[in-house]
Design a binder for this molecule. Structure first.
Ligand SMILES: [Zn+2]
Length: 253
């Protein structure tokens, strides 16, 4: 049993017994951890409101071998991001991002996935009015890239031939990117990616704002993201928050 102190982001919070909470944390050194915050629901708990969803902080907990729940002894809040819960569109995309972290984050003190996750949540929280879906999509692709799964958009994912992003190209979920005319006979193709969609994902990955999308384009992008995650990173299990985000876009405004 070791006491650790690590940068962390709150991904999920659930009530436990009468007064406690079980919190899922993305941490820098120890991957995703479930910790028990004893007494966190008591009025004068030492945790106060620091353990709100999407908050960043420094978590101290005892790391136990095996699957046993670790005890959270402290959480020093550095950023609360409470605004994310005040807007349903932002909340939907932030939840999908947290779900990605819960499923795919790994323990690597040397990569910057935790920073990218924090920055991405900040970007969604600060999304200009009417652009929260675009910001959420950009954030999701950047986080996927930080986890090491960036899609290939400017050259063939099979042979490496350069493919200018200003035209449509077949996209292979299995191969993880666009495919040239020659290789499309041998690589399984998911769908044709229009030039606008390639440009949008490329610009998001290069940290550019990208254009505002039509409702139809938003839905197509969510579908692309879902299919990519299922084929390239997933284990076949449903991504419920991502599905919920997609369902929101299908509803009439
Ligand atoms: Zn090729």
């Amino acid at each position: 049993m070791t006491l650790v102190s690590t940068d962390a982001i709150v991904l999920h919070v659930q009530d436990y017994l009468e007064s406690s909470r079980i919190v899922r944390l993305a941490t820098r050194e120890h991957g995703v951890q479930s910790v028990l915050a004893r007494g966190a629901r008591r009025p004068r708990s030492k945790f106060g409101s620091s353990l709100d969803l999407f908050a960043s902080g420094v978590a101290q907990f005892t790391l136990k071998p095996g699957r046993e729940l670790s005890n959270l002894s402290g959480f020093d809040l550095t950023r609360s991001r409470m605004g994310l819960a005040a807007d349903l569109d932002r909340f939907a995309s932030a939840s999908a991002l947290a779900e990605l972290a819960m499923r795919f984050a790994h323990a690597d003190p040397h990569d910057d996935a935790l920073e990218v996750l924090g920055r991405s949540l900040d970007e969604i929280a600060g999304a200009p009015r009417g652009l929260s879906t675009e910001c959420g999509l950009a954030a999701a692709w950047r986080y996927v890239a930080a986890l090491g799964f960036a899609p290939t958009l400017d050259h063939c994912c099979s042979c490496g031939t350069e493919l200018p992003v200003d035209r449509a190209a077949p996209f292979s979920h299995h191969g993880g990117g666009v495919v040239c005319e020659r290789c499309k006979r041998t690589v399984s193709i998911g769908r044709e990616l229009p030039a606008e969609a390639r440009t949008a994902v490329s610009s998001w990955l290069s940290h550019e704002q990208g254009e505002a999308l039509s409702d139809l384009e938003k839905r197509a992008h969510l579908r692309l993201l879902r299919e990519f995650l299922h084929h390239h990173m997933g284990d076949g299990r449903a991504l419920r928050a991502l599905d919920g985000w997609e369902a929101r876009l299908r509803r009439p405004a």
